[in-house]
Design a protein around this ligand. Structure first.
Ligand SMILES: [Zn+2]
Length: 66
């Protein structure tokens, strides 16, 4: 069984607080969230994809449970 995950926002959404950075250039590997968490773009995306895939919850509708 698998879950289809919309990866559109996975690299720009904080995996701690769900805040989304407005713009993240393709060359930017790290960014800092409003909550102070420093994210590696790919690791953050992977955590978000896993969270959505395991909960079946889409972004913006509820908090991600990790
Ligand atoms: Zn955050």
């Amino acid at each position: 069984m698998f879950e289809v995950v919309d990866e559109k926002y996975t690299s720009v959404t904080c995996n701690k607080c769900n805040w989304q950075i407005e713009k993240l250039g393709l060359g930017v590997r790290e960014w800092t969230c409003n909550c102070g968490t420093v994210h590696d773009r790919d690791i953050n995306a992977a955590i978000n994809i896993r969270a959505v895939g395991t909960t079946g919850i889409a972004f913006g509708k509820t908090n991600i449970l990790v």
